[in-house]
Design a protein around this ligand. Structure first.
Ligand SMILES: O=C(O)[C@H]1O[C@H](OP(=O)(O)OP(=O)(O)OC[C@H]2O[C@@H](n3ccc(=O)[nH]c3=O)[C@H](O)[C@@H]2O)[C@H](O)[C@@H](O)[C@H]1O
Length: 438
């Protein structure tokens, strides 16, 4: 007789088990099932907890988008009331005309200065940064500490993590996005082209996708580059000039970004402003840039390579001081019109702009070294060499009349004044040269 499990007495001692071969068979099959399911769950646990990517992977990782989404979902710091509370507090607007801005790349050079300036005037600011190690991450952490003291919270995450970025939009209906996260540097593109594609192309598209789906859609201001002018020889560079001859992969990714901006504006009604930055320098700058590592190496007594073009031709840059760039960024944010789409659909024509943000007075690299020598009171060991085929162009020079007219951009810092401020910061940050920059 078959015994139903419910009819078995609850106290095993009073129940006499029948010892039939049929029962032994059932016992074996139950054991096999138990073993199978236990193994199955063990494998699942292994894949979820040991195989998924680490939450601190940098933007240069080649993880697939699905991995990135899983990373966001399982990272406890992105969940819960404490995380949301910090994001909301950081986004709080304190002035009557204030805006709420998501700043990507907030622990970067320009990102830190722009975030601080927005916060100072009463805007709501939330930062996003992946703290990758393209250059010394401790400098990024120091910038983060600076921003934290002024009330700006930087969420640690990647712009390719669409789940995380959407979550930020669920918490705060940002009116603006200042998209500055990128893989910078012209020469490094020959070493690691993948990281440029990952951040400047896939990352930009990821941000545009989230913004397109947001309700309301934010207006976006983002960092393009003077490098899009590439082999253009007409000076000064005007926004009307051709930009279809990039000299480096970095420039090509920024140019691609401008084309994506056009597409998202055209299809989805996103308001988009691209800013072509011209060799930005200043305190809290990037150690991979020439003025920064020239300073470090002059102080160390190391020789510095100074590039020159064919036939001793001058290599020059329209070096632009960070405070002027910040004013340009704020001017672009303040004049940005609203996006017109909603629910992922365009409802009308939206604003699409691109501006040069330069200084309009190019300086030869050898003169930059001369200024540094005077400020540091150390003679540089100059190693003049032919401009390598590394993506560098011979000169840059911005025409800024469009930015002046449309966003009130008026740079006011010459290279001598700006470098003086940089050197003061450098010496105090690195304890008068005792702690060496990496
Ligand atoms: O405007 C931009 O869009 C870009 O600006 C910046 O690129 P660049 O203008 O190339 O600045 P940077 O590297 O400081 O070289 C300065 C000068 O020193 C020369 N240079 C450089 C290295 C060296 O060893 N020797 C040398 O002479 C070199 O030939 C050049 O003439 C940003 O890094 C970039 O991310 C992007 O934002």
């Amino acid at each position: 007789m078959k015994q139903h499990i419910d009819s078995a007495p609850s106290t095993p001692g009073k129940f006499k088990m029948e010892k039939s071969p049929y029962n032994r068979l059932r016992l074996h099959s139950s054991l096999a099932k138990l073993t199978f399911w236990s193994l199955f769950f063990l494998v699942l646990i292994y894949f979820f907890f040991f195989k998924s990517p680490s939450p601190s992977s940098s933007s240069s990782s080649s993880s697939l988008p699905s991995d990135l989404s899983r990373r966001s979902l399982r990272t406890s710091s992105y969940a819960g009331p404490n995380f949301e509370k910090r994001v909301r507090a950081s986004a709080k607007i304190r002035s009557r005309t204030g805006i709420s801005v998501l700043v990507t790349g907030a622990a970067g050079f320009v990102g830190t200065h722009v975030s601080a300036a927005l916060k100072r005037r009463g805007d709501g600011v939330v930062g996003l940064d992946n703290f990758n190690d393209y250059y010394d991450p401790s400098l990024k952490r120091a910038r983060q500490a600076l921003l934290e003291r002024s009330g700006v919270y930087i969420v640690e995450g990647d712009i390719n993590d669409a789940v995380l970025v959407s979550k930020l939009f669920d918490i705060v209906p940002f009116t603006h996005v200042m998209h500055l996260a990128a893989q910078a540097g012209v020469r490094y593109a020959m070493e690691n082209p993948g990281s440029y594609v990952h951040s400047n192309i896939a990352g930009l598209v990821s941000i545009l996708e989230v913004c397109k789906n947001a309700n309301p859609q934010p207006a976006i201001v983002w960092a393009s580059s003077s490098s899009v002018y590439g082999l253009n020889t007409k000076v000064p560079f005007s926004e009307k000039d051709r930009t279809d001859q990039p000299a480096s992969l970095y420039a090509a990714t920024k140019k691609a970004g401008e084309e994506f901006a056009h597409t998202y504006n055209h299809i989805y009604g996103l308001s988009l402003t691209g800013l072509r930055f011209f060799t930005v320098y200043g305190p809290w700058g990037r150690p991979d840039m020439a003025y920064f590592f020239f300073t470090r190496d002059i102080l160390k007594g190391k020789s510095i390579p100074i590039f020159e073009a064919a036939n001793h031709g001058t290599v020059a840059r329209d070096f632009t001081y960070i405070d002027d760039i910040v004013k340009g960024c704020l001017g672009a944010l303040d004049t940005a019109e609203k996006s017109t789409g909603s629910g992922g659909k365009k409802k009308g024509v939206a604003q699409l702009r691109v501006f040069n943000l330069g200084n309009t007075s190019p300086v030869p690299v050898s003169d930059l070294v001369g200024i540094l020598e005077k400020l540091l009171k150390v003679k540089a060991k100059r190693l003049v060499m032919k401009l390598p085929r590394n993506g560098d162009v011979q000169f840059t020079h911005a025409n800024i009349s469009l930015a002046e007219r449309e966003i009130g951009y008026k740079p006011s810092t010459d290279l001598q004044t700006g470098l003086k401020k940089f050197v003061q910061w450098y010496l105090s940050y690195y304890e008068n040269g005792k702690k060496a920059a990496q």
